[in-house]
Design a protein around this ligand. Structure first.
Ligand SMILES: [Zn+2]
Length: 508
């Protein structure tokens, strides 16, 4: 008890700091999470207290350096509060993408985000920080000898143990997300891209390729592939659509599968060789290349995307973890059906698709299967609820892709649409959830091809070949080589045997 008396002021001070951080900064990371059940509340409250405890550890050690603390604490407190304001009010995602946007944005855009509530919030946080520093200067026993030092070591240890066990558990919350987002921003990507030096030409004219890069859509949940629920009522009515049931990829993270799909990297490549972007080759062959994405660009594939002529990312500041994320249909605002034109083109739409949190992916009109997930906490929902929510994302996907196809059909163009999901999703099989898992459900993504009548007439034999292999096993190596094949590229060596348009010779 004597100890408590001696260090009474120090304990009170650190509790005060912790409370201020909670109010101005860290609660913002929890406020938008749909919790639903008592169990989920219990778990997230526990999560929050552990997070706060880890802050104590770092702040305590900083506070041992009186001068540094007096200067740095107010600066960082106001800075982190600034980020939290946007997370509170807009549910923006503080991550590398946001840090990059802030550091690389012109000052005139920065002025736009200044508004009265924001400035008031910053002022309130500044006054709070000054109040804390005043209290700090009255402390007498805030030294390394204090027993609080031991508690602080435990708190910091707690941070590293948890992050080691489940990466990003704490790092995804402000202020850690700001610090680690900045650190990631400074890291160099390990992807090396080759320039295309060859003289490349295309023997096609007016070919429009639409590549739709899906997210977490497993093949066997499509009605088109024999799933018992009608998850694809609209696409099932489309003519000229082929669904491939056995696409295989061992790469079950977006960050590993997307770079493989969009370059000459093979799924069996283990070495870090320099890669060639699909877009670099097509651009060299005079294709117009355009990327429209509903996911902020990850470091692992950003440089590949940037080899496009134009890159549009809609809704940059909401990541997959935000509950206000824009729906995929907004991607289509960037597709205008043009009159047939001579120049070849490739447009890529990168969807948020069926990424967890499933309910955020579709509007109420697509809530076909109920009851759905009611909580962000996985353990608070039944398997049936999770599958219902997931299947609703497919009903939405059906609407999205069908709308895109109908848009394309407005003009009689020579169009080929390839839809491929980056990986699948595991839905409780063997007790596993989501992706990043070596399981058939994650390794068998959905893959569809749709072609315009014009394309069908021009490529009758190739279409027959596609129809002949719709049940065959295809590896995700197919994409790069098939696109170069159908674009009739000359001057760059690709593997015809990997192309789905040249595979089954027996029907000739
Ligand atoms: Zn993914």
């Amino acid at each position: 008890m004597k100890i408590f008396k001696t260090y009474k002021h120090e304990i009170r001070f650190h509790l005060l700091i912790n409370l201020c951080i909670a109010v101005f900064i860290s609660i913002a990371s929890y406020i938008h999470i749909p919790l639903g059940t008592a169990k989920a509340y219990f778990i997230y409250v526990g999560h929050f207290f552990i997070l706060q405890f880890t802050f104590f550890g770092f702040i305590y050690f900083l506070s041992l350096f009186k001068r540094a603390f007096s200067i740095l604490f107010p600066i960082f407190f106001v800075l982190f509060s600034g980020f939290s304001f946007w997370e509170y009010s807009q549910n923006i995602s503080v991550n590398t993408g946001l840090i990059q946007a802030i550091l690389e944005t012109k000052p005139d855009i920065a002025v736009d985000i200044m508004n009265v509530p924001f400035i008031t919030y910053l002022l309130a946080s500044l006054l709070t920080a000054i109040f804390c520093i005043k209290k700090f200067h009255t402390l007498e026993n805030n030294t390394l000898k204090s027993p609080l030092s031991i508690l602080a070591v435990i708190a910091i240890g707690c941070f590293f143990v948890i992050e080691n066990k489940r990466s990003d558990t704490l790092k995804r919350r402000i202020p850690y997300s700001v610090v680690f987002g900045f650190q990631k921003y400074l890291q160099k990507p390990n992807l090396r891209l080759k320039e295309v030096k060859e003289n490349v030409i295309s023997n096609e004219n007016g070919l429009e390729i639409i590549l739709v890069l899906g997210e977490s859509l497993r093949a066997d949940h499509l009605y088109l592939n024999g799933y018992h629920r009608n998850t694809t009522p609209l696409l099932s009515q489309q003519k000229n659509l082929i669904s491939f049931k056995n696409l295989y990829t061992p790469l079950t993270y977006t960050s590993t599968s997307v770079p493989q799909l969009l370059t000459d990297k093979s799924i069996s490549d283990t070495n870090e060789k320099a890669l060639t972007s699909l877009y670099s080759i097509l651009k060299k062959a005079n294709f117009h290349t355009k990327w429209v994405g509903n996911q902020s660009l990850e470091k692992s594939y950003k440089s590949i995307v940037n080899t496009n002529d134009s890159v549009i990312i809609i809704d940059k500041f909401h990541s997959a973890f935000s509950f206000k994320k824009e729906k995929d249909i907004s991607l289509l605002k960037h597709y205008q059906p043009n009159k047939p034109f001579i120049k070849n083109s490739i447009t890529t739409f990168h969807m948020i698709g069926s990424h967890w949190y499933y309910n955020s992916r579709y509007g109420d009109a697509f809530k076909k299967y109920t009851p759905i997930v009611a909580s962000k906490h996985l353990g608070s929902s039944s398997t049936a609820q999770l599958i219902n929510s997931y299947d609703n994302t497919i009903v939405y996907f059906d609407f999205f892709l069908n709308s895109l196809i109908n848009n394309i059909k407005k003009e009689n163009k020579n169009t080929l649409l390839i839809y491929v999901s980056d990986h699948g999703e595991t839905l409780g099989e063997e007790g596993k959830w989501f992706h990043g898992i070596a399981h058939k459900t994650s390794q068998n993504p959905a893959m569809l091809i749709w072609y315009s009548d014009h394309f069908g007439i021009k490529n009758e034999l190739k279409i027959k070949r596609l129809q002949a292999i719709e049940n065959d096993s295809i590896s995700s190596n197919f994409l790069f080589h098939s696109i170069l094949d159908i674009a009739k590229i000359e001057g760059f060596k690709y593997q015809t045997k990997e192309s789905i348009f040249s595979r089954s010779a027996e029907i000739e």
